[in-house]
Each structure stands twice: as structure tokens, then as C-alpha cells.
Design a binder for this molecule. Structure first.
Ligand SMILES: Cc1ncc(COP(=O)(O)O)c(C=O)c1O
Length: 406
């Protein structure tokens, strides 16, 4: 699909604000939604707005069919063995909470993460440390935030029940070498959970080829609906998990004193579900597959190379993570000296309708550990263009000229 054709899928990109077209570079937080996704969701709301699995009337039957088809679509997208290995949730964060609450940890078990994790893959394990008595091991990353294989191998001490790592970082864009990590984890009898929130758009996540046991993904980072996520788990592992929520739809029978749990994955999907969200997620998977991960990755790197070359020239600008943009996928995160990240983001928005994200990107622990205050993150999507990058750089240059103090 040509860029112009793709951009037509995103009407928000043509809606001027104070005369300016929006330049949306906050894709690591959330991607925009194409018409194919929102139309699929509207088809549900306008055409057959029913509940799944409760009644046999027309709306309910069509909802059940569409919900099951969406699950199968996501199964194919992630190459899971069975649709029953796909659990629909609100987001990646919820998936990690399901695991931190539901895995049967034994005394002495530990969970290994890295210093670069998003809070979503840090706080649930801090919670489990406090409430479930697990031990935590946090490994450092290399200076450029690449994966430190030696530190990892040293830390694998036989107590590690679960290795839970990001795939691609939302802070630096760096991607961890998961196949190697999995093969080392296997030797130590550890399970592996992969957080693909950031990689799912630009890397093919094939859970079988990667060999991971669990995976959490956010559909809103791959052009899908907001507040829609997926937890993948190998079937036997999902069956052994204690559900985090209980209630309607999680049981097949109950008495006043007992209940019989439903099969996997229904037992994890308590109450009415976001059927439109699941249908929209399937439509997003269609679009990502149509564009192709390789094409998306190449496009993000092209934009990143361009902005890296241009922004590196400004005094006081340092790019977090690896030097080469090819290792940072769609993320260019700036540490600014002599300029304020919050003010710069605000001025970019006000002066040029360029939307970026300042702050610590839900990775406070990493920023604290490295003694960094905050950064200014540009993150790209498949619909962004080189000329948008030029517009953003021009606006940045004006702000730099006015506010930079050596
Ligand atoms: C690497 C990573 N993990 C987890 C998350 C959490 O995703 P969600 O908000 O969908 O739960 C994010 C969100 O930015 C992320 O970048």
C-alpha cells in the first residue's frame, strides 16, 4: 500500500487544528486507528450489538461468531497453536497482572526482569514480591541499553521460575534477542514471558518460533482499538493459572457454595467483553499483515535515520540508546541539555501541531537508575512521512533557537 493510500485510512491526519495538519509522533504510547478498524467496530455496534455465549438470538449468535473469528485471527497473527491460547484483556499491563497473581509460585522462586522494563513489567512483580513471597532479580542492560547476555547468564541461578522481558523498549527502541534468551532460559528450566507491546507493530511475533511460554500485547500499539490487549499462554500453562477475576462467564455451573470453572480462555474473561474491541483488533491484524512487518520496520527506520541525522546536529541533544537508528526501530528519544523537555513538547504542539511525549515514559526506575530526569520522545507509525519529520525538525529548530541555553 502506498503511503498516500494508507494515510486515507486515518481521517484524523487530515483534520486541521488552527490551520495546521497534525503531526502525530506519539505512536509508542498509542497508534492511530484506521477506518478498517473503526468500521469493523461500528459494524458490530450498528449491525449486531449482542452478547457472546449467553443466548441464541440473531445478535447474540452473530456476536459469538465474530468474537470467535477475532480470537482465531489473533491466533494466526501470533501463530499460537490454538485459539484457546489467546485471552482478550484490556492491555499488556493486565496480562502481566494476570501472571503475577496467577502463576503457582513456590517458596524460593524468583522472577527475572531487566532494568529497562516499563512499569507494567516491574510493578506487578514488586507486588508479587510483597504479597506472594517471590524473589526478584533485575539485570542491568549494556551502556546503550542493549541486552547484557553475560549478566543474564550469571543471574540464572536455578531459582528463576519466570524470565519476564520486554521485546522492544518504549524508552530506547532497542530489541532484545529473544531466541537466545529463550534457549538459555530453557536450559535452566525457566518459563519466559515476552512483553511485545512495542514490537508487535514492527516485528513478526511468532510465539512458537520464538519459543516463549507467555506473551502480552497491546492492540492499541498496532493500530487496533484502545484498551484492548492479548495474553497468550501455552494451553497447559493457562490451565494451571489461577484467574485474576471471577464472576459471570468464568464458570459453567455454580451452587451457593461452589463453582465449576469454565475452560480456558473463558475463565479469564470475566463479565461481558469488549466484543467490538476484539473485532477491531482482528481488523488491525489484517492491516498489519497486509502492510507487512518488514515493510513497517523499514519505514520506521527510514524516518528514524532521517530524524536522527537532523536532530543530532543540535547542541544539547543526545539520543538515548544505540547510535544507529536501525537498532531503535521507530523510537528517537532525546535527552536535552539547556532545554526543558516538557516545555519543548508543549511548544512543538502549540507552534506546529507536532505531538510528541516528554517525561519518563513509565520507566521511572530506569531513569532513576541512570540519573536521568526526563526525555523527549519522537515515535513513529506506518502512516508518518519524511516530510512530517522535516516539519517537526523545523519546529524544533525554532524552539531551540529561542530557548536553548548552553
Ligand atoms: C514496553 C511496554 N510494555 C508495556 C506497556 C503497557 O502497555 P499497556 O498500556 O497497553 O498496558 C507499554 C506501553 O507503553 C510498553 O511500551
Amino acid at each position: 500500500m502506498k503511503p498516500d493510500e494508507l494515510r486515507k485510512e486515518f481521517p484524523v491526519l487530515t483534520a486541521r487544528r488552527k490551520g495546521k495538519l497534525p503531526v502525530y509522533f506519539d505512536n509508542a504510547c498509542m497508534t492511530l486507528k484506521p477506518l478498517s478498524v473503526t468500521n469493523a467496530m461500528m459494524d458490530y455496534y450498528h449491525g449486531f450489538p449482542g452478547c457472546h455465549g449467553r443466548a441464541d438470538h440473531d445478535f447474540a449468535a452473530r456476536t459469538s461468531t465474530a468474537f470467535a473469528a477475532a480470537r482465531s485471527r489473533l491466533q494466526r497473527f501470533f501463530n499460537a497453536r490454538s485459539p484457546n491460547e489467546i485471552v482478550f484483556l484490556r492491555n499488556a499491563t493486565e496480562g502481566l497482572n494476570v501472571l503475577s497473581r496467577g502463576i503457582a509460585f513456590a517458596p524460593g522462586d524468583s522472577v527475572l526482569t531487566s532494568e529497562l522494563e516499563h512499569n507494567s513489567n516491574l510493578i506487578p512483580w514488586q507486588w508479587a514480591e510483597k504479597h506472594r513471597g517471590i524473589r526478584r532479580i533485575v539485570i542491568p542492560t549494556l551502556e546503550d541499553t542493549g541486552f547484557d547476555m553475560r549478566a543474564f547468564e550469571r543471574a540464572m541461578d536455578g531459582s528463576v521460575k519466570l524470565v519476564s522481558l520486554l521485546h522492544t523498549s518504549n524508552v530506547t527502541g532497542v530489541t532484545f534477542p529473544i531466541s537466545e534468551i529463550v534457549s538459555i532460559a530453557r536450559k535452566h528450566g525457566s518459563l519466559v514471558c515476552l512483553d511485545v507491546a512495542q514490537s508487535v507493530l514492527h516485528q513478526k511475533v511468532d510465539v512458537r518460533r520464538l519459543g516463549v511460554d507467555f506473551m502480552v500485547a497491546s492492540m492499541h500499539k498496532m493500530m487496533g482499538p484502545t484498551g484492548m490487549g492479548v495474553l497468550y499462554g501455552r494451553l497447559e500453562l493457562l490451565k494451571a493459572l489461577d484467574p485474576h477475576l471471577t464472576g459471570g462467564d468464568t464458570v459453567i455451573d455454580s451452587t451457593l457454595n461452589h463453582y465449576v470453572p469454565a475452560e480456558v480462555p473463558q475463565r479469564f474473561e470475566a463479565g461481558l467483553q469488549d466484543y467490538a474491541g476484539a473485532i477491531g483488533a482482528a481488523a488491525a491484524a489484517d492491516l498489519v499483515d497486509r502492510l507487512g512487518h518488514r515493510h513497517i520496520h523499514r519505514h520506521l527506520v527510514e524516518l528514524n535515520r532521517h530524524i536522527t541525522d537532523r536532530l543530532s546536529e543540535f547542541p544539547g541533544v543526545r539520543i538515548l540508546g544505540p547510535k544507529d537508528a536501525v537498532r531503535r526501530a521507530g523510537i528517537c528519544n532525546l535527552i536535552l541539555k539547556g532545554m526543558d523537555a516538557m516545555d519543548t513538547a508543549r511548544l512543538l504542539n502549540e507552534s506546529a501541531a507536532v505531538m510528541v511525549r516528554p517525561g519518563r515514559h513509565c520507566a521511572h526506575a530506569f531513569f532513576n537508575r541512570r540519573g536521568l530526569s526526563e526525555s523527549l520522545r519522537f515515535s513513529f507509525g506506518p502512516y508518518n512521512t519524511v516530510s512530517e519529520v522535516d516539519q517537526a525538525v523545523e519546529a524544533f529548530a525554532n524552539i531551540h533557537r529561542l530557548t536553548y541555553r548552553a
